[in-house]
Design a protein. Structure first.
Lengths: 237, 109
C-alpha cells in the first residue's frame, strides 16, 4: 500500500513538473486578458469570475471582443462556445481513462479540462495505458495544480495593471495579438491554413451583416473548407 | 469599451455553464460513444475557423483609429503571425507584435 502511495505521489509531481513550462503560455494570456477586460470596462470581480468560472483564454477573448462590438447575447454565446467545442473532443478522448471514476471526480476533472491538461494527460496515458487510474488522476491534477493558480493570479495582475496603463500604449491591440499568438501554432496542416484564410476573407467580406452574424457565416464556411480540404488532401503538414 | 454592461454577467454565467457542459459532455453524460467521422472532421477546424475571422476586422479597421487602417497595426500583425508560425512562441508573438507596433508608431511620429 505504501509503495502505491509513493508511486501516486511521484506521478503527481511528474505532472507538476511537466506543467511548469506551460506557465510561460498561461501567464501572458492571463495578464493580457485581465488588462483587456479591465480596459473594456469590466470590474475586477467580473474579470476574475470570468477567468475562474470559464478558464478558457480563447473563448474569453472572443466573448470580450463581441461584448465590445455590442453583438447580441445569443451571438456572443454561440461564437464563444464554438471556440470551446474542441473540448468535447478532449472529453471523449479521456473516457477510456476516466470513464469509470465516480461522478464527483469526473465533475472536478471536467472543470480542469483545458488544452494543456488534455495535451499532457493524453500523452502520459497513451505512453503508459496500464497504470492505475489513481496515477492518471494524480498526473492530471499535478499538471493543473501548477497551472491554475498562475492563470488566476496573472488575470488579477492584468486587471490591476489594466486600470493603471494609459491609452497611449494602444492596449486595444492586446486582443488581436493574443489571438495571433493562439492561432499561429494551430496552423499545423494545409487544411488548417485553408480554414484560417477562408475565415479571414469571409469575415471581412461579410462584416456588413448586422449583429456579427457575418462572423458565424464565415466560421461555417471556413469549417466546411477545412473539412473538405482534409478529405481531399489528408491531414497533410 | 463595453457599451452595455448589463450583458457582462449573463455572458460570464452562460459561458461558465456552456463550457462546463462541453467539458463534461462525454466524460459524464455521453460516455463511450463514437462520433461519426464526418462530424469529427468538421469539429477539428472549428477553433481555426472562428478566431481568425474574429480578429481580422479588428486589425484592418481598429476602433482606436476610428476604423481607418493603420500601418503600425498591420506591420505588428505580420510580425506576430510570422514569429508565431515560425517559432510557435506565444511570448515571441506578443513581444514582437507590440515591439513592432510601438516602433512603427514612434517612427511615424
Amino acid at each position: 500500500m505504501t509503495a502505491v502511495i509513493i508511486h501516486v505521489k511521484n506521478t503527481f509531481w511528474r505532472g507538476f513538473r511537466d506543467g511548469l513550462p506551460f506557465i510561460l503560455v498561461v501567464v501572458p494570456f492571463g495578464t493580457l486578458f485581465g488588462v483587456a477586460a479591465t480596459e473594456a470596462g469590466m470590474d475586477i470581480l467580473q474579470v476574475m469570475s470570468f477567468s475562474i468560472l470559464v478558464i478558457a483564454g480563447a473563448a474569453q477573448f472572443s466573448a470580450l471582443t463581441l461584448l465590445i462590438e455590442d453583438a447580441p447575447m445569443i451571438i456572443i454565446l454561440l461564437t464563444s462556445l464554438a471556440v470551446n467545442l474542441r473540448m468535447a473532443m478532449y472529453s471523449a478522448a479521456l473516457v477510456p481513462h476516466f470513464g469509470k471514476l465516480h461522478t464527483g471526480m469526473k465533475l472536478l476533472i471536467s472543470y480542469f479540462l483545458v488544452d494543456q491538461s488534455y495535451a499532457l494527460g493524453i500523452r502520459e496515458y497513451e505512453e503508459q495505458p496500464e497504470q492505475p487510474v489513481e496515477n492518471k488522476v494524480a498526473y492530471f491534477f499535478g499538471v493543473m495544480l501548477i497551472m491554475t493558480p498562475f492563470w488566476y493570479f496573472s488575470t488579477y495582475i492584468g486587471a490591476v495593471l489594466g486600470a493603471a496603463i494609459p491609452d497611449a500604449f494602444s492596449l486595444d491591440f492586446a486582443v488581436p495579438i493574443c489571438f495571433i499568438a493562439l492561432i499561429a501554432p494551430m496552423l499545423r496542416t494545409i487544411p488548417h491554413i485553408i480554414t484560417a484564410v477562408v475565415s479571414v476573407i469571409a469575415a471581412l467580406a461579410l462584416a456588413w451583416i448586422p449583429y456579427s452574424l457575418g462572423l458565424i457565416i464565415a466560421a461555417l464556411l471556413a469549417v466546411m473548407a477545412g473539412a473538405y480540404a482534409e478529405l481531399k488532401l489528408g491531414r497533410k503538414k | 469599451m463595453i457599451m452595455d454592461p448589463n450583458k457582462i454577467w449573463p455572458i460570464i454565467i452562460g459561458m461558465a455553464i456552456g463550457t462546463f457542459f462541453i467539458r463534461y459532455s462525454f466524460l459524464g453524460l455521453l460516455g463511450d460513444r463514437t462520433l461519426p467521422e464526418w462530424f469529427l472532421r468538421h469539429l477539428r477546424y472549428v477553433g481555426v475557423a472562428v478566431l481568425p475571422g474574429l480578429i481580422a476586422p479588428l486589425i484592418l479597421w481598429p476602433a482606436a483609429t476610428g476604423g481607418t487602417p493603420d500601418l503600425a497595426r498591420i506591420m505588428a500583425t505580420i510580425a506576430a503571425v510570422s514569429i508565431g508560425i515560425w517559432k510557435k512562441s506565444v511570448i515571441g508573438a506578443v513581444v514582437l507584435g507590440f515591439g513592432t507596433l510601438y516602433l512603427v508608431q514612434y517612427l511615424n511620429g
